[in-house]
Design a binder for this molecule. Structure first.
Ligand code: ADP
Ligand code: MG
Length: 230
């Protein structure tokens, strides 16, 4: 029965996804079609700008969907998680500066590894740091910590942003649930899938108006040599 429940769940997620994709892709397509019809008659530069931004939106949705379609590690390696998080933070240096956000890292990991696929794990921290930055429109601070504990590697991303009201917490991770104008609502769902496939766990703690802390933990490679889920 467990397997059956699992499969039914999968089917409804696929259905939800299909409906969401159709809905999300239709809006930018309608805009582009309209402007293209107008351009048949005369040329306007501002139409091109809208077309370009709508095309970028489609691109974003499609690339998120592609990640979602393949969340499981395609190869497993020993990943130095501390270094991976530091590298990911570096990717956001210029964006953080631009948006008045300070990122402080407290990485207390040296040799510790987890088993999995580096690119997928990086995607998790990219999505979480991006959300943290987007939660602070007037700037703020992000504290990123990582440390070993009881055979696990605990990581936390804490922001001083807008937070999430209790009634919205349960909706997080549903496909296409986004409170942002330009959001795809796929970021947390992707994180969830990748973390599960690495035998990890994610927990969201948030207070509206005060900030959000995302806890992500993985089994440490040295303590656990479980086979990855297929
Ligand atoms: P997106 O970022 O495209 O909206 P996500 O799946 O990454 O999609 O996030 C879904 C929603 O969860 C966001 O729209 C936002 O409302 C909420 N959220 C996620 N992370 C945070 C955070 N750090 N602070 C406040 N809200 C957040
Ligand atoms: Mg996001």
């Amino acid at each position: 029965t467990e397997e059956l429940i699992h499969r039914t769940e999968k089917l409804s997620v696929v259905g939800q996804l299909a409906a969401g994709i159709a809905h999300e892709i239709r809006n930018p397509l309608t805009a582009i079609k309209g402007f293209t019809q107008l351009l048949r008659k005369e040329s306007h530069n501002d139409y091109f700008e809208v077309m370009l931004s709508e095309l970028e939106r489609i691109e974003e949705i499609v690339s998120d969907l592609l990640i979602l379609a393949k969340p499981q590690p395609s190869k497993t390696e020993k990943v130095h998680i501390g270094a991976l998080i530091e590298d990911t933070i570096d990717l956001f240096k210029s964006e953080a500066l631009l948006r008045n956000v300070e990122i402080h890292s407290h990485i207390q990991l040296t040799h510790q590894c987890i088993e999995g696929e580096a690119d997928k794990l990086k995607q998790v921290y990219i999505n979480l740091i991006k959300n943290a930055i987007e939660a602070m429109p007037d700037g703020g601070t992000i504290e990123i910590s990582a440390y070993p504990e009881n055979g696990k590697i605990i990581t936390q991303i804490k922001d001083s942003g807008i937070g999430i009201p209790d009634e919205r917490l349960s909706k997080l991770g549903e496909p296409f649930y986004s409170t942002k104008e330009q959001g795809t609502g796929l970021g947390l769902m992707i994180c969830n899938r990748i973390i599960k496939n690495h035998n990890g766990k994610m927990k969201i703690e948030s207070t509206a108006g005060a900030g959000t802390t995302i806890h992500v933990c993985f089994p440490s490679y040295t303590h656990e040599h479980k086979k990855m889920k297929a």
